[in-house]
Design a protein around this ligand. Structure first.
Ligand code: FES
Length: 513
């Protein structure tokens, strides 16, 4: 099999069984905030434009690039659809002109026309991507490839049942705004970022160990931030010292490869856009562009030059952002959000407070106690978001149903909050339509049984994490009486079972006499 890495999470798999194009991303995403890093302008688009199969892991805009798909990719391609709880992906791809779909079944092998054996592991909780994320396993009869991209699968046995992988592609860096946009004092922010960076590297390392592939390829991030107001979000670690800048969550592939080496894992490879990977059972050949290392070793210089190239594009895009007056914004929010809030008792209970949405054009409160949208008049708000001008206006004018997949991932805001992370806040902003909200409310209404238990440091605890059911025999570790699940970093006090990360979850835990 030959795999062409086309940048970020993008892969083009080609073998005697045919071709599969995965997550091609070429246009900037999230209001001109994210760009592929390193740049993938060197890809020959024509050579990937007529795949037999198209696989989009999820609808985040650095994986699903509608303008690119519409313009360049043949609509004869058959789409491998993950099994999600909503029809959003099928609808979005149908709107672009794709006509042929295969509905995969979560975790089930299938053989495609041409001969590929594939399996899609679909993740469909409200916290998985934009209400759905997925992983693709592919076998051409010679090599097995696991395309994990930035998904966080919880059932590793299911992935390993597919066979021993020759190649494992996965993400290791942050794709989130916390804590980078928070108005914390520098010491606290540095401490939180350092912990997050460590946690995400360890989580990815844990996946690498648990999958045990013959070769590991860091991919799917980080992006680069080329707007002047976001430029310092890029991680400018000193190339000669992998730990030079430990307070940035957007660490790049070199850092992950260094982290793996520290953990005794020596089979990971640095690749870049247009790297060609020929892989077989006992065979690996990687041909990468000669200038690949420049993007890493002269990173600031590289990104400044990249920034100069795209500056006109960013400015042009900003000019298209709509302008709304405060009264118009309020009217739209009131008519749009209030019925959704009223239809979502479990979300209201989970948020149990007020959210401030602020920009210089207006300040508004989403009150989940009274279930109303109000102008801001000094109410106490537990969650506060201060957006750059144009961001809220864009989402309101375009009726963006998933603000995480636009406003929040753009990082074009600052934030404050009282108390711990609250996942209901972001589930709400991902679910700004009746169909989405119904899905989320249904999900939260399901009881999660404690199920199987395990022994852990003198306690009997539930085997699967109360958050998203990661197997704690794989992902749990204990320090000073606190169990941490490495998948998303949630922490639980072993003595009481209390969750120290979120208020509404509890771990079943009792001392063993
Ligand atoms: S599954 Fe998310 S922290 Fe455990």
């Amino acid at each position: 099999m030959q795999i062409t890495y086309i940048g970020h999470a993008g892969l083009y798999l080609d073998s005697e069984c045919g071709s599969i194009l995965c997550d091609p991303w070429f246009n900037s995403a999230y209001l001109a905030s994210w760009f592929p890093y390193p740049s993938n302008k060197n890809i020959d688009i024509e050579s990937i434009s007529k795949p037999n199969y198209l696989y989009i892991s999820h609808l985040h805009l650095d994986h699903f690039d509608p303008a690119f798909l519409k313009k360049y990719i043949s609509k004869q391609a058959t789409v491998l659809l993950p099994e999600f709880g909503t029809s959003h992906m099928r609808d979005a791809l149908s709107d672009l002109g794709f006509k042929y779909f295969i509905d995969t079944k979560n975790g089930e092998d299938m053989v495609l026309d041409g001969g590929y054996r594939v399996m899609v592991n679909s993740l469909s909780s409200p916290t998985d991507g934009p209400l759905g994320d997925s992983v693709l396993a592919v076998d051409d009869g010679v090599a097995k490839v696991l395309n994990q991209n930035d998904a966080r699968p919880t059932n590793l046995a299911l992935l390993n049942n597919f066979g021993v992988y020759d190649a494992h592609f996965l993400q290791f860096s942050g794709a989130i705004w916390f804590p980078m946009v928070y108005r914390y004092d520098k010491n606290l922010k540095d401490r939180l970022a350092r912990a997050k960076r460590k946690n995400q590297l360890e989580r990815a390392c844990q996946y690498v160990k648990a999958i045990g592939a013959k070769n590991v390829f860091p991919s799917a991030g980080p992006p680069c931030f080329l707007d002047e107001s976001l430029f310092e979000l890029n991680d400018f670690s000193d190339p000669s010292s992998l730990n030079g800048s430990e307070t940035n969550i957007f660490c790049d592939a070199r850092v992950f490869i260094g982290h793996l080496l520290e953990n005794g894992i020596e089979n990971s490879h640095l690749i870049g856009p247009n790297s060609k990977i020929k892989i077989g059972k006992e065979y690996l050949d990687i041909d990468s562009p000669e200038d690949l290392r420049n993007a890493y070793e002269k990173k600031r210089q590289y990104l400044v030059s990249y920034q100069e190239q795209v500056a006109p594009q960013i400015e042009a895009e900003k000019k298209l952002w709509p302008k709304l007056r405060s009264g118009e914004m309020f009217q739209i929010m009131k008519e749009w959000f209030e019925p959704l809030i009223k239809s979502a008792p479990l979300t209201c209970r989970g948020i149990n407070g007020r959210i401030l949405l602020s920009s210089s054009n207006g300040e508004f409160v989403l009150d989940f106690l009274t279930q109303e949208v109000e102008p801001y008049e000094g109410q106490s708000c537990r969650f506060r978001f201060y957006f750059q001008d144009g961001v809220m206006e864009y989402c309101l004018a375009n009726r963006v149903e998933d603000w995480v997949n636009m406003a929040f991932l753009s990082c074009r805001f600052e934030a404050e909050r009282e108390g711990p992370y609250n996942e209901y806040v972001y589930s709400f902003f991902k679910s700004l339509s009746e169909m989405r909200m119904e899905f989320v409310e249904n999900y939260y209404s399901r009881d999660t049984p404690v199920g199987e238990t395990i022994e852990c440091e003198g306690y009997k605890i539930q085997r699967y994490c109360p958050h998203l059911r990661a197997d704690l025999t794989e992902f749990g570790y204990v320090e000073n009486g606190v169990l941490t699940c490495k998948l998303h970093g949630w922490r639980f006090d072993l003595d009481s079972g209390k969750c120290l990360t979120s208020q509404d979850r509890k771990l079943f835990s009792e001392p063993i006499d």
